[in-house]
Design a protein around this ligand. Sequence first.
Ligand SMILES: [Zn+2]
Length: 160
Amino acid sequence: MTWTTAGQSPPLFLLGLLIGIWLPDIDLAIPYLPHRSGLTHSILPGLILLFIGQPRLAAGILAATAIHLSADMFPVSWRGSALIYLPLTGGLGLWSMAFLGLNVLAALLIAYHLMQRPALDSLPMVTTGLLALAYLLLKEWSLSGFVVFAACAWLVRRVA
Ligand SMILES: [Zn+2]
């Protein structure tokens, strides 16, 4: 395994992965935010960290957010009329899928650049891949989510 430039702060990246895999569901603990709020189920938390000068933490959070959102695209039970809720527009309905998919792609693209385009066998890539396998296939039993995540990751590596 190689240590890329991004690996200069592996603890921060790994901490970001650990936090980011659960962070979107923090909306459950925030009063007045509906579950699957677009504020937490998006790249917004990662961007806030980036803008306050925490790029390694942001990279980990964004990579893990992409994994979480990939699973949320295929919930076991879809209740109500919408999956994602935004503060001003309310439920996005079927647009929720596009919202989540675009955020998965954007999160991976930004994380990949923040990690300075690491090699496949680098610490950030291997740990992100293992987390995706564990979370999507073992915890969420979401083959569809794993396919979306893998396709987006492949696309990002190909075009970025
Ligand atoms: Zn969620």
